[in-house]
Design a protein around this ligand. Structure first.
Ligand code: SAJ
Length: 411
């Protein structure tokens, strides 16, 4: 099949390559010329495990461009960010992708929306744009992506998928296409339910992280160790508490719950969970303040810029808010994240980031931070805050560090 994928980001590019590898001819379209040129020079614009190997295999069936061409199938995989002032979905990219398709679409072609949208968006915004040309038959389905950064390809192939079809025929055609690379089960529903399901999934996770974060506050007040308590509670066969942390980053979990509630005045838990998770950097800021309150001209080192461990993705990372909170209190901040490149304030070595520092704050749970030898760094004061409970605290204690762990009371 001739397929045009609009948006060559974290979802659009891997999807394009999986479809090309399955024997389809894929035109990947992006408005960012940088991405298009890089791909046509055989360079991958971002890092993701195994993506380079897949590109090598699939590139004979793949081309990048900045213009949409008439195709049998169009897949919309553009970003849908949160408009920060109004806390509502910014659907500009979805709107312009739909308009670009509307210009070239002809009778009987298929349009698939992968981007995450508020319920009703396909019906009220996208389909009317596509139908402007008064074509007789259009096949449409929402097939929300479900892949986690860091394991994108594995999850795109193995996860179950939901297809919300405009009608049975649409759903069947899209199921046939996705079956060319999806090994998980494919479930069929209507469009609005598929839009809702996607948002419920990420909201479920957000709320459960908020619960873990609230447990961490309560444990600090009760002077117990929340990590030990969670571990023990999870021995119950029907309990699976997630982990507390410095906040929820990424482009999905911190955003999607707001799409679910943006037109409702009934939501309570969803908005409260968002509030709790967004307040975590403030809590970390208080821990930092407590640790170095007597230090003159303090400097701290934030370990980690990525929003979660073992990825180089910095979108919505809690590190930014922790940095701002500290700087607004007159604290100098250095950042060290060896996985993140091209970020000007990122120190190039751990030595550079820790020299004269008064407190080390572990923000991102990168595996490689566990290997840091506390005796090999030259801090001005030996203070450590671990917001993910991943370091070997005995080792740091032996090296003379004063340690504070998120969710662990002092008594
Ligand atoms: N986090 C915690 N505690 C936890 C788990 C995560 O604080 O116990 C934090 C992480 O550090 C990170 C954030 O939450 O800052 C989100 O990380 P994540 O790994 O839970 O999720 P994402 O945003 O990388 O990917 C999610 C996935 N959704 C679900 O697991 C329900 C993925 O499957 C979706 O495809 C993706 O969102 C998306 O694009 O919607």
């Amino acid at each position: 099949m001739k397929i045009c994928v609009l948006g060559l980001g974290y979802i659009g590019l891997p999807t394009s390559l999986l479809l090309a590898n399955a024997g389809n001819t894929v035109l990947g379209v992006d408005i960012n010329n940088n991405i298009v040129e890089k791909l046509n020079r055989n360079e991958i614009p971002f890092e993701e495990p195994d993506l380079d190997e897949l590109f090598e295999k699939a590139k004979k069936n793949f081309q990048a461009s900045n213009t949409v061409q008439s195709s049998e199938v169009y897949i919309i995989a553009v970003p849908t960010p949160l408009e920060s002032d109004m806390k509502m979905a910014d659907l500009d990219a979805v709107r312009s992708a739909s308009e670009a398709i509307a210009k070239v679409i002809t009778d009987g072609q298929i349009v698939i929306l992968e981007s995450t949208v508020p319920p009703g968006t396909s019906e009220h915004l996208i389909l009317p744009i596509l139908r402007k040309k008064e074509i007789k038959t259009i096949y449409f389905a929402h097939c929300p992506e479900r892949a986690i950064p860091g394991k994108t390809l594995y999850e795109m192939i193995h996860n179950d998928r939901i297809i919300g079809g405009l009608n049975e025929e649409s759903a069947k055609k899209v199921k046939d296409l996705y079956s060319s690379f999806v090994q998980g089960n494919i479930y069929i529903t209507n469009i609005k339910t598929a839009e809702f399901v996607k948002l419920m999934e990420n909201t479920f996770r957000d709320i459960n992280i908020a619960l873990a974060n609230e447990f961490s506050f309560l444990a600090e007040e009760a002077n117990i160790n929340v990590w030990e308590a969670i571990n023990l509670a999870n021995k119950h066969p029907r309990v699976n508490i997630l982990k507390p942390g410095p906040g929820v980053g990424g482009h999905c979990i911190a955003i999607d719950p707001m799409f679910l509630v943006e037109k409702s005045n009934k939501a309570r838990i969803v908005t409260l969970a968002r509030e709790i998770n967004s307040s975590m950097p403030i809590h970390v800021g208080k821990m930092i303040h407590e640790m170095i309150k007597d230090v003159k001209n303090p400097m701290i080192t934030l370990l980690g810029l990525a929003y979660k461990g073992n990825v180089n993705d910095i979108r919505e990372s809690p590190t930014f808010k922790i940095k701002r909170i500290a700087e607004n209190e007159g604290i100098s901040v250095k950042i060290y994240d060896p996985l993140v490149h091209d970020f000007p304030e990122n120190s190039s070595t751990l030595d550079e980031a820790t020299k004269n520092s008064d407190c080390l704050v572990l923000v991102t749970d990168h595996e490689l931070f566990k290997a840091i030898d506390p005796n090999s760094i030259s801090m001005r004061r030996k203070n450590l805050i671990d917001t993910r409970n991943i370091l070997n605290h005995g080792l740091w204690k032996d090296a003379g560090y004063q340690i504070k762990i998120l969710g662990v009371g002092s008594g």
